[in-house]
Design a protein around this ligand. Structure first.
Ligand code: PXL
Length: 438
């Protein structure tokens, strides 16, 4: 599991700050660690009180985490003072941890979260070493010293902030007049080239509390997993959108809620695949049916959109001399089994799980004897440039959504059987029944 770290303040209302970060990290299936910089007392009226954590304690938290754990990615939020910024910069640099810099300055409902004299230190020490900086329009304007009225101004600000040393810049939209008029929030990404990401704006009549923290935490979690900046930003934006939709509504403000139903499904899926792997390991004769390339079993969440929504075995299940060896179960670790499942889900949304096994005619006969629906495709007919998993499953699923799809291989391609089911445990029990019939 990837390890991420947030350095930020506590928000007692639970929508922003480290509370938002930790909930977001959990939702993305990464292990979250936290370095607390300040305690804020706040609600929808604004920030009532701030207690800074002594710099020595901030430094010690950083040291305690990083000397002990290999942190894959970090994010910074409310850093409050120049002294805290300095220790954060020193430690992040010392341990070479890539990080998302969320240049938090003010609370949504009002209240200063960065002392006036700390901004220069943030610009001098953190901008040059961050992997990505994620200002909103007012923050980008303050950092760059440029007025931002439209997307062209935002581009100039992004270029300037990139010149100041940030490898990549994401200027979050939603503040510009023309965006509000159009009901669209457009984020601008610059990492050597420009890109835009748009989404519709929700509940624009209310202050949204916690969206920025949630976005930067989601971005850090995705980047920790090795996702590209574009895909990480797309995924983070979608997560924030859902978190606003599920937000807690107060009269003037929405407290963003990261505890989405999706989390529960992701947890269920992870546990289900783990249980299936245990069942397979205990299945008599299973080892004999593992193909040369190894086998994998995966399961997708209900509204899966990409391979990051499919959990599978990292490094596949391998037949070793001493037995069957399986790596850890995680999301986004197998594009092969993910493509198989995502294509099948286009035909039958309930069929969220699949396994691949070595082809033998006996295996297919055993499947048919059990009453499973079997279909096949012919690799020789595969169009040039097609992805076999996408094309083959589509080809084999024209008439119905089969339980079993096989092909007889091609030059350099092993013949293969894929078994589908609603859950990974269901697939594993099908495998168990099939093996018992052999
Ligand atoms: O969203 C920025 C932010 C970060 N950290 C803390 C906050 C807020 C916004 O209110 O309270 C602690």
């Amino acid at each position: 599991m990837k390890i991420v770290m947030t350095i930020g303040g506590s928000d007692c209302s639970g929508g922003a700050g480290i509370q938002a970060d930790i909930k977001t990290f959990s939702a993305f299936g990464v292990h979250g660690t936290s370095v607390l910089t300040a305690i804020t007392a706040q609600n929808s009226d604004g920030v009532q009180a701030i207690q800074e954590v002594p710099v020595k304690i901030v430094e010690q938290q950083l040291e305690s985490i990083m000397c002990d754990m290999a942190v894959d990615y970090a994010k910074t939020g409310m850093l409050y003072s120049a002294e805290i910024i300095a220790v954060a910069a020193t430690q992040l640099k010392r341990y070479g941890v890539p990080f998302v810099l969320d240049p938090v300055m003010n609370a949504g409902a009002g209240g200063i979260l960065l002392e006036d004299n700390a901004l220069n230190t943030l610009i001098k020490l953190l901008i040059p070493i961050c992997a990505v900086v994620t200002p909103n329009v007012p923050e980008a304007s303050i950092i760059s010293g440029l007025e931002i009225r439209d997307i062209e101004d935002a581009k100039l600000a992004a270029l300037k902030i990139n010149d100041m040393g940030a490898s990549a810049v994401i200027i979050k939209g939603g503040h510009l007049e023309h965006e509000i008029a159009a009901g669209k929030a457009t984020d601008l990404i610059y990492d050597g080239k420009f890109e835009h990401m748009s989404s519709s704006m929700i509940k624009q009549e209310k202050i949204v509390h916690g969206a920025g923290c949630t976005f930067s935490a989601a971005l850090a979690a995705e980047l920790a997993k090795g996702t590209t900046l574009h895909d990480a930003a797309t995924s983070a934006k979608k997560f924030v959108y859902d978190a606003i939709l599920c937000g807690v509504e107060l009269p003037n403000l929405i407290v963003v809620n990261q505890s989405l139903r999706k989390d529960a499904d992701r947890y269920f899926v992870l546990e289900n695949v783990k249980e299936a792997v245990t069942m397979l390991k205990e299945t008599l004769n299973f080892k004999k049916h593992i193909p040369e390339v190894g086998t994998n079993i995966g399961m997708a969440i209900a509204d899966a959109e990409s391979e990051h929504d499919v959990a599978a075995v990292d490094g596949r299940i391998i037949a070793a001399r001493e037995g069957v060896h399986a790596g850890c179960v995680d999301f986004g670790v197998s594009s092969h089994v993910a493509r198989l499942i995502l294509t099948m889900m286009k035909h039958d949304k309930r069929k969220r799980s699949a396994i691949n096994l070595k082809y033998t005619s006996e295996l297919i006969e055993a499947c048919e004897e059990l009453g499973l629906t079997v279909s096949s495709f012919d690799r020789a007919k595969e169009p040039a440039g097609a992805k076999t998993m996408d094309w083959g499953v589509r080809e084999a699923s024209v008439v119905f959504s089969p339980d079993v799809v096989y092909d007889l291989g091609a030059v350099g391609k092993e013949p293969m059987v894929r078994i589908f089911g609603n859950t990974a445990v269901e697939v594993a029990s099908k495998v168990k029944r099939i093996m018992a019939g052999l």
